[in-house]
Ligand binder design. Structure first.
Ligand SMILES: C[S@@+](CC[C@H](N)C(=O)[O-])C[C@H]1O[C@@H](n2cnc3c(N)ncnc32)[C@H](O)[C@@H]1O
Length: 313
C-alpha cells in the first residue's frame, strides 16, 4: 500500500535514514513529505501518516476540487509548494482550520484526508490520515502554571497515544527539575517521586503528592531511597542513550517498574545503536514527538517482568 509520511521539517533527514535502514521503497519525496510503499507500522521519525495515497494530476482548480471530493469530505491542506494555488483549491472543499488542542482530548474518529500540491498540475493525497488529525498539529492551549515547557512533551504523548497514568499510581521521575513533567503527573492525581540534583519548583515540592529526592538518578542505592517498586518510570534525564539503556535494563531486570516513558536524547549524530537496543525490548516503541527536539520518546507499557517489591534491609 502507498502511504504519505510526514517528518518534522527539522528531522526529515532522520526519517529518510530510517526508511533507508528499514529498506522502505521511497517513491518520491518533497521537503519533509514522503511518498512510500509498504512501510512498517513502527516508524520513529514519522510524525503523521496517511494510507491509500495517490498522485493526482489535474488541469484546473475545479478539477482538483472535484477529484478530491470523490475521495473524501473533510480535508487538510499540507502543501509544501504552490501555496496560493492550494489555498484556491481549499476554498472549494471542507478544510479543517488549524486550532489549539486541549490536553488529553480524544483523537477524532475521522475520516480525514490530506493533500499537498507538489506541482502546478499535480497533488499528492491520502483520504485516510491515521490518526485523523492534521499532520504536525499537536499545538495546545498552553498553561502558565507549569514550571517548564517540557510538560508539552507529556501532554502530546498522552493525547496522541491515548494512555496516561491513573490517579493513585506511583510515578518515579528521573531528571525532574524544574518540574514540568512532575506538574503533569501530580495534576493527574499520581504520587510522584521526583529525582534531580537540580532545584525543583517550590510550589511542587510543597504538594503532598510530590516527594523530591535530590539525588543522582544513576546512584546504586536509588531503588532503596525510592522505597520499592513503582508503577511508572519516567525519565527526561540529560544523558547518553547508552547510559539510559543501562538504567532501563537494570530497573527492568529487577522488576522495579511496570511502565516506562523515557526521552532518548542525542548529541551530534543520532545514536541509533542504543535506540535500536531499547526498541528490542518487547512491546516497546519510540516516537519523535512534535515537542521533541533532537530526541525521541521511548515507551514500554506493562513489561513482561514480574513486578517485585524491593526488600529494604
Ligand atoms: C531536560 S531537564 C528535565 C526537565 C523536566 N522533565 C521538566 O519537566 O521540567 C533534564 C534534567 O536532568 C537532570 N539530570 C541530568 N543528569 C542527572 C543525574 N545523573 N541525576 C539526576 N538528575 C540529572 C538535570 O539536572 C536536569 O534538571
Amino acid at each position: 500500500m502507498k502511504e504519505l509520511l510526514w517528518a518534522s521539517p527539522e528531522f526529515a533527514a532522520e526519517l529518510e535514514a530510517e526508511l533507508s535502514a528499514k529498506r522502505v521503497a521511497v517513491l518520491d519525496r518533497r521537503d519533509h513529505l514522503f511518498l512510500v510503499e509498504n512501510a512498517p507500522a513502527a516508524l520513529v521519525w514519522c510524525e503523521a501518516r496517511g494510507r491509500r495515497a495517490e498522485v493526482l494530476n489535474f488541469q484546473s482548480i475545479t478539477d482538483a476540487q472535484n477529484a478530491l471530493k470523490k475521495h473524501g469530505r473533510l480535508w487538510c491542506d499540507t502543501s509544501v509548494s504552490h501555496f496560493r494555488r492550494s489555498e484556491l483549491i481549499a476554498q472549494g472543499l471542507r478544510v479543517l482550520s488549524p486550532r489549539l488542542r486541549k490536553a488529553f482530548e480524544p483523537v477524532p474518529a475521522g475520516p480525514l484526508g490530506a493533500y499537498a500540491l507538489t506541482d502546478e498540475h499535480e497533488l499528492w493525497m491520502t483520504p485516510e490520515l491515521v490518526p485523523a488529525v492534521p499532520p504536525l498539529s499537536w499545538n495546545f492551549e498552553e498553561s502558565k502554571a507549569a514550571p517548564s515547557r517540557a510538560y508539552l512533551k507529556l501532554w502530546e504523548l498522552f493525547t496522541r497515544q491515548g494512555f496516561r497514568p491513573q490517579a493513585g499510581e506511583t510515578c518515579l521521575e528521573l531528571g525532574s527539575a524544574p518540574g514540568g513533567w512532575t506538574w503533569v503527573l501530580a495534576g493527574l492525581g499520581c504520587k510522584v517521586i521526583a529525582v534531580d540534583k537540580g532545584e525543583m519548583d517550590a510550589k511542587l515540592t510543597a504538594n503532598p503528592r510530590v516527594k523530591w529526592l535530590r539525588k543522582d538518578a544513576f546512584a546504586r542505592d536509588l531503588p532503596e531511597a525510592v522505597g520499592g517498586s513503582v508503577d511508572w518510570l519516567f525519565s527526561d534525564l540529560i544523558c547518553y542513550p547508552k547510559d539510559l539503556l543501562a538504567l532501563v535494563t537494570d530497573w527492568r531486570a529487577k522488576g522495579l517498574a511496570r511502565h516506562f516513558v523515557c526521552t532518548v536524547k542525542f548529541q551530534g549524530e543520532t545514536d541509533t545503536a542504543s535506540l535500536d537496543q531499547l526498541l528490542r525490548i518487547p512491546g516497546s516503541y519510540a516516537l519523535h514527538l512534535q515537542h521533541n527536539k533532537h530526541e525521541v520518546t521511548w515507551v514500554c507499557l506493562q513489561t513482561n517482568v514480574e513486578t517485585a517489591t524491593l526488600k529494604i534491609p
